[in-house]
Write a protein that binds this ligand. Structure first.
Ligand code: HH2
Length: 261
């Protein structure tokens, strides 16, 4: 999954693709690089980010989704927690909703997604982007994230979303310390046990910066390592900014996994 951020303030590429033409060209490039899904977002979720209105978020993402639907061969996901934005994105041709609040911000998102027959990604987060990094605590982060995702999965299914359309995501960096993120990657098989595809979004995130001492523009090697380790532990969707190198890394990891002794 390639990231298309149509925002002025995303943590790694804010402001770069705010103009629709630039965002569409970027999405087309990511698909040419091998992305099968593009995740289009109009509101940053970086720690402390300011909320955006549904009108402004739609104004950012809808023209980009329309342009990508018309010009790329791949699934289009909308990264939003707002039902009004998701509704317009689905009408414009998106076929997946990526909701970092896992339907808690807009419970009506479930029916909307169900009616459209769209895929739905449910992600774990503590609090809101404004507050999530204020001293997050867990007794056991992996069991707590697992329990949360299990409950959200049941909620979505009870509201009509087909179980086979649901993807689960531990929410790397969303209300987690470096150690929490590492535990979630290390024990990813426990989340895979829930029986749904697991997506991970480690790309360029703060924990990689803390481990390597690298600035946000220089975290590709750390990002590749985290995705290969997540792949080995059963992740199947990798949300990244740098698609071509990620595909190379995963090809090598897959070849090792598939080789005969
Ligand atoms: N991470 C970000 C945004 N959306 N969605 C899911 N499901 N999982 C993630 O890990 C995830 C996500 C943060 O990355 P980015 O979009 O680059 O930054 P920003 O939120 O600042 O726009």
């Amino acid at each position: 999954m390639g990231v298309v951020n149509v925002t002025p303030d995303s943590f790694s590429d804010g402001g770069r693709y705010l103009e629709p033409g630039a965002a569409i060209a970027h999405g087309r490039r990511l698909v040419a690089d091998g992305a099968r899904i593009l995740d289009v977002g109009g509101e940053s979720t970086r720690p402390g980010a300011d909320p955006v209105s549904a009108e402004e978020e739609s104004r950012r993402v809808i023209p980009v989704i329309e342009g990508l639907v018309a010009s790329v061969n791949g699934r289009i996901s909308v990264d939003t927690s707002k039902a009004r934005v998701a509704e317009r994105a689905l009408a414009a041709g998106a076929t997946m909703v990526n909701d970092v609040t896992a339907l808690r911000a807009s419970p009506e998102m479930a029916e909307l997604t169900a009616q459209a027959g769209a895929e739905l990604c449910l992600m774990h987060m503590i609090g809101t982007p404004r507050t999530m990094q204020d001293n997050p605590r867990y007794d056991d982060v992996v069991s707590e994230v697992k329990r949360f995702l299990e409950e959200r999965l049941a909620f979505a299914v009870a509201h009509g979303v087909l179980e086979q359309r649901i993807i689960l995501d531990p929410g790397i960096g969303f209300g987690k310390t470096v150690t929490h993120n590492l535990q979630l990657i290390k024990r990813l098989p426990e989340l895979v046990e829930l029986g749904r595809p697991v997506m991970v979004g480690t790309s360029r995130k703060g924990f990689i910066g803390k481990l390597t001492g690298r600035d946000v523009d220089d975290r590709l090697a750390g990002t590749l390592a985290s995705n290969v380790l997540a792949y080995e532990r059963g992740a199947s969707i990798f949300r990244v900014h740098d698609v071509a190198p990620t595909i190379d890394a995963l090809r090598v990891a897959a070849a090792v996994a598939d080789t005969n002794h």
